[in-house]
Ligand binder design. Sequence first.
Ligand SMILES: Nc1ncnc2c1ncn2[C@@H]1O[C@H](COP(=O)(O)OP(=O)(O)OP(=O)(O)O)[C@@H](O)[C@H]1O
Ligand SMILES: [Mg+2]
Length: 217
Amino acid sequence: MLTVLIASSKGGCGKSTLATGLAGYFALAGKRSVLIDCDPQGSSTSWASKRVDLATPVLAVDGTRKGWERRVPDDTQRLVIDTPAGSRARDLAPWLARADAVLVPVLPSVIDMEATLPFLTALAEAGAGRKNGPRVGLVGNRLKPWTQASQNAVAQVQTWPYPLAASLRDSQAYVLLAGLGRCLFDYHSQAIRAHQEDWSALFSWLRNVNRQRRRSG
Ligand SMILES: Nc1ncnc2c1ncn2[C@@H]1O[C@H](COP(=O)(O)OP(=O)(O)OP(=O)(O)O)[C@@H](O)[C@H]1O
Ligand SMILES: [Mg+2]
């Protein structure tokens, strides 16, 4: 089972968008996918509940409840964990211990980036990115590539000690689809396909993580 933890201390950076998008992608790819929602706000749970009647549902499990592990079917192939804003690396320790990869969404603003850096330092101190710890990938989110702010943000994030696994552009598609229990990968219009391509680098990064996991496991 590949386990992907989505986390940042920063609120509103796209954790649930990334978690639901990934879980939806995995389900559409035929993988038995479970979304663990550790956020009492329940955005991921609400997304999954709107998806129950589709051919590719995603099981949401409340990660704030004791015994959540018992609700995850044994044959699960992809576990995606959504976490709340304000999480500190030490709050995430039990999740980090089971994760193969940690994805940290980052918005292209100085305020967001400054707030993210101490979280990344704490992640490193908690063992993420080390030989036996989970891989860490950054995901630039809500980018407007034609703006100086986004260009500067990407240039700066590329100097950080973790790889930029993907750069997702700003699009109303994310806002609309989230409310419908859908993700980009449920649609095939030309406009949506252009945004799907933003995720390609992330999928290839995750495939690499999965290969390493299999080799060492
Ligand atoms: N790439 C994007 N383009 C446009 N809107 C986006 C994008 N990513 C996320 N959003 C929107 O930004 C808002 C915050 O995203 P999201 O809820 O995923 O963040 P979050 O980190 O989970 O927030 P919280 O910290 O409250 O849990 C939502 O309205 C979402 O639809
Ligand atoms: Mg959220």
